[in-house]
Design a protein. Structure first.
Ligand code: NAP
Length: 297
């Protein structure tokens, strides 16, 4: 039987590409530190009057203005909502997204080409309007039972839905009885979104008894800091993680780059093998039950 997850409010309006909601930018702030090589922005959108009632783990789509070469409108780009249901100001009329400014390689021209949607969004100013669709997503949601252990695994901007989870749990709900373990992979500490000097929204809950967060830094250059990927951090804590899996009352959430899945699977394959178990069979069962949730691109 599937585990029961939070329910999506039936009253929510869901916008489609043919008639998007026109939201306004309330604020746009950097989440990465000034010296960082990447720029990620926290963009708060005003959705008042839309009838949108989203919950944590859902996404919205943004349609960049202009047309493709074919003359058709641009397709919507999906972003996880980084705010909990009442929004960052508690008014229930805003939605927050995290956007990384992306440049794509053009191998023919040996040049970097600015990504259309990400540069459009990162250049927005307060007051600008944005065509928005959604909210979407019915699976990547928190379990109803707050004694469930949560294993959250993210890289880069994949942290967005987990910031929503954490804010909902500790700010809106107030507590979580199960253990929450966040494993987060980034290049360096300056890019640790919501866990750095620029914005410590997640870090401030590290004092909560049930919550612990672990960072893996892939591009550190000093000898004091260990270099690694998120799956290496997970492997360091394999004993507790495996105990949670064996206890059975858990939900795993993986968000970020597609490539991270393989590394995560390797950790669990090794653990399962040690007990004479077959990881693919176990994982298939967890997926079916809604205990294994993946959102990778
Ligand atoms: P990024 O900065 O390029 O990478 C984040 C970290 O992941 C880096 O430390 C990187 O290491 C590491 N990494 C690279 N390959 C890996 C692998 N195979 N296994 C484990 N770690 C790996 O990430 P990003 O540009 O923010 O991308 C995040 C992804 O999340 C994108 O695909 C995005 O579409 C997706 N996403 C975004 C949202 C959103 O709301 N914005 C929501 C859900 C998912 P090195 O680069 O040093 O190798």
């Amino acid at each position: 039987m599937k585990i029961k997850k939070y329910s999506i409010p039936e009253s929510t309006v869901i916008y489609k590409p043919k008639s998007p909601f026109i939201a306004r930018v309330i604020s746009t702030t950097a989440l990465t530190e000034a010296e960082s090589s990447d720029e990620v922005r926290n963009i708060i959108l005003d959705v008042s009057g839309s009838g949108i009632h989203y919950i944590e783990g859902q996404s919205i789509g943004i349609i960049p203005p202009g047309e493709r070469e074919t003359g058709k409108s641009h397709k919507a780009r999906l972003y996880s909502i980084a705010s909990a249901r009442t929004g960052d100001d508690g008014s229930s009329t805003t939605a927050t997204i995290c956007v990384k400014r992306v440049y794509n390689e053009d191998n023919m021209a040996e040049a970097k080409v600015p990504g259309i949607a990400s540069n459009y969004l990162c250049d927005l100013k307060p007051g600008d309007s944005v065509a928005l669709i959604g909210p979407n997503g019915r699976r990547f949601l928190l379990p109803d039972d707050d004694s469930t252990d949560l294993i959250l695994i993210a890289v880069g901007t994949g942290i967005a839905p987990f910031r929503a989870f954490i804010r909902h749990i500790f700010l809106e709900k107030g507590f979580w009885n199960g253990r929450i373990r966040l494993f987060y992979g980034i290049k360096n500490a300056m890019e640790a979104l919501f866990l750095n000097d620029q914005n410590d929204d997640i870090g401030q809950y590290m004092t909560q008894e049930t919550f612990e967060a672990f960072r893996a830094l892939s591009r550190v250059h000093n000898e004091d800091e260990e270099k690694g990927y998120v799956q290496h951090k997970l492997a360091e804590h394999k004993q507790e993680v495996w105990e949670m899996i064996c206890r059975g009352n858990f939900a795993v959430y993986i968000c970020g780059l597609k490539g991270m899945e393989e590394g995560v699977d390797e950790v669990f394959t090794t653990l399962a093998k040690q007990q004479g178990l077959d990881w693919p069979t176990m994982k298939a069962k967890f997926i079916k039950k809604g205990q294994w949730n993946t959102e990778v691109y």
